[in-house]
Design a binder for this molecule. Structure first.
Ligand code: ZN
Length: 459
């Protein structure tokens, strides 16, 4: 056989998988089994957290992560590997210190929030005004917080689906703006955390557009409770807060992309991924090294045997201050009609317990093959259709690209999220492998079939 003919025969053998409905079911189950035994995700995550570590926008580490990601995708066999540059907001932490001055002097553990402004050098000293709920802050009249440090200590509730974070989110993201509108000089919020360690959890906040920007930080959970007890004793509590940081409005960032090309319909593209940037205190293991590792490993497993469609993995470079999804949607607007689906894994290592499928697709053979494969992994099929598939794909979803929700168990995630404890040792290899198996089964069923989510969703 000459070399050209041999290549053709091999290509035909590869594209033969899977030929029938039963083949798709059996093949998806086989991909699931291979995924459970596969260590690619762990290896990727171990490499990212060890060789790069924390990688916020504006740091030299993000540029190193860009190079790491391209080298890793190439080494794992992805093609068309490249980095798409854009500009993103960067917030860079400097010196931080907080302490009670009176009546019971002691230090407090805090972490500045993204978009906080700096206090004067050496700090700002003021009496605190403490609110046990966010609604109590909202009820404070205009001007009533003049010169005070506003403090909100509402706890976050632990839930499997992350609803507790959704509920408490405004405490961090909106509290500084609401405090400033009422005259506050600074804002402290009890960390959005379900743990009781003395490590604060950072995250982004928004400043008011109609009031001055103010310094803002998260208190550790025990320190929020400490302030509650001091205030309950009745004397004014004075705090000194020294928060230094700098903002770069347009810092360089990158969305890194790689593909497993489709054999017969390469122009039909499935987009999945995680975000490459992270907050600075930990090493970004759960948020979102896990999402990076899960989707890279799953795409590779589903890409065995030349799928008919292209699987593209995108590692978004500026999620935490919300810039990479929009940059990606703008850059890829013209191909949105060819994108079969877009989804992001961004809630830690798993395990996945629920699948929300694209509207109207539950009874399609490909989704039946997926459901059959992941039933034994304890994944239920929600009757609710998928909503937005992650903050980095929200822009694509708004352009009409369908999504899927593969919901991880978030019960432990918010013990670690955005804190110094978000490190590799907190990753459960079995949970990680289960997540890879669910994503790989889904990708296999979509990439090796002709399921058309848009047509199925049409009324
Ligand atoms: Zn994240």
């Amino acid at each position: 056989m000459n070399r050209g003919l041999a290549a053709t025969v091999i290509a035909l053998m590869l594209c033969a998988r899977p030929a029938t409905a039963q083949d798709l079911v059996a093949d998806t189950a086989a991909v699931r089994d291979r995924a459970i035994a596969d260590t690619t995700a762990w290896d990727v995550l171990e490499s990212l957290t060890t060789e790069i570590g924390a990688r916020p926008v504006g740091s030299p580490a993000l540029a190193r992560a860009r190079d790491w990601a391209q080298a890793k995708l190439k080494a794992l066999g992805f093609t068309n590997v490249h980095a798409e540059a854009f500009e993103a907001e960067a917030w860079i932490r400097g010196e931080e210190r907080a302490e009670v001055i009176s009546p019971y002097p002691q230090t407090l553990q805090v972490l500045g929030l993204g978009r906080s402004i700096s206090t004067p050098k050496g700090g700002l000293e003021a009496e605190i005004k403490l609110f046990k709920t966010y609604d109590a802050l909202l009820a404070a009249p205009p001007g009533s917080l003049k010169g005070r440090i506003a403090v909100v200590t509402q706890p976050m509730v632990r839930t499997m689906d992350g609803a507790g974070y959704g509920d408490a989110n405004r405490n961090r993201t909106r509290g500084a703006a609401e405090a400033s509108r009422r005259g506050a000089a600074a804002y402290l919020v009890r960390s959005l955390s379900t743990d009781d360690t003395r490590l604060p959890h950072t995250g982004a906040t928004h400043q008011a557009e109609d009031a001055p920007a103010i310094p803002a930080a998260a208190l550790s959970v025990p320190d929020a409770e400490l302030l509650e007890r001091m205030v309950a004793r009745g004397q004014p509590v004075r705090v000194r807060l020294n928060l230094q940081s700098r903002t770069i409005p347009k810092a360089p960032a990158w969305n890194v992309s790689g593909e497993i090309p489709g054999l017969t319909h390469p122009e039909e593209v499935i987009v999945v991924g995680g975000h490459l940037d992270s907050w600075d205190p930990g090493t970004g293991a759960h948020d979102d090294g896990a999402g990076v590792a899960i989707t890279v490993a799953a795409a590779r497993l589903a890409g065995v045997g030349s799928p008919r469609r292209t699987i593209r993995v995108v590692l978004w470079g500026a999620e935490e201050l919300d810039d990479s999804g929009e940059a990606y949607a703008v850059a890829h607007r013209d191909e949105a009609a060819h994108l079969i689906l877009a989804a992001e894994s961004d809630t830690g290592d798993g395990p996945v317990w629920q699948a929300k499928l694209p509207k109207g697709s539950r009874d399609h053979l490909a989704m039946r093959a997926f459901a059959l494969a992941v039933g034994p992994l304890k994944v239920i099929q929600s009757r609710e259709p998928a909503g937005i598939g992650g903050s980095d794909v929200a822009g694509l979803n708004a352009l009409g690209v369908p999504s899927v929700g593969l919901t991880p168990d978030a019960s432990r995630y918010f013990d670690l999220h955005h804190s110094a404890d978000d490190t590799l040792d907190k990753i459960d290899p079995a949970d990680l492998a289960q997540s890879v198996a669910v994503w790989a089964s889904f990708l296999n069923a979509v990439a090796h079939s002709d399921i058309d989510f848009r047509a199925l969703a049409a009324p």
